[in-house]
Design a protein around this ligand. Structure first.
Ligand code: MG
Length: 169
């Protein structure tokens, strides 16, 4: 593998771990404002991000490249409202999609077909990630101040369980 690609994938490991940290911070705030279902959803999301980091980690190992871990940035501590958190999550996922697209650009430029193949999972995954965050933003907007609806949605969000991706094993 080319050195620039190894560096770029190492950077993506850090982006995914930061994503996990960000959603864990959001989970902590949801616990704090007594929305345990939302907190659960964010905790599952944080686990999913660690699994994304591990796909990149395992890929580098498999290709005989060196994994290098960098410091993880401190996430924000406080958001104004649940809507605010999901808007921030949506914005963050759009940023991650951009990162994945840039990795793909590099893999195409290098004619690195193995990396292109590995990245395909993330191209698909990001469509889902953006859609699921945006879906909750829309639901929260529709609900407005309806407490009953919020309670129901919190219960629904509490049902989410972590399913490890089958990719990269
Ligand atoms: Mg991710």
């Amino acid at each position: 593998m080319k050195k620039t690609m190894i560096q770029a994938i190492n950077k993506q490991i850090n982006e995914e771990l930061f994503s996990s940290y960000l959603y864990l911070a959001m989970s902590a705030q949801f616990e704090d404002i007594s929305l345990p279902g939302f907190a659960n959803w964010m905790r599952v999301q944080a686990q999913e991000e660690i699994s994304h980091a591990m796909i990149f980690f395992n890929y580098l190992v498999e290709r005989g490249a060196r994994v290098e871990l960098a410091a993880i940035e401190k996430p924000e501590k406080e958001w104004k409202s649940p809507i605010n958190m999901f808007e921030a999550a949506y914005k963050h996922e759009c940023y991650i999609s951009e990162c994945i697209n840039k990795l793909m650009d590099l893999a195409v430029k290098d004619r690195d077909y193995a990396t292109q193949n590995m990245l395909q999972f993330f191209i698909e995954e990001q469509v889902e990630e953006e859609a699921s965050a945006d879906d909750i933003v829309q639901k929260l907007k529709l609900m407005g101040d309806a407490q009953g609806a919020m309670f129901m949605l919190d219960r629904e969000m509490g049902q989410r369980v972590f399913n490890p991706p089958t990719k990269g094993e």
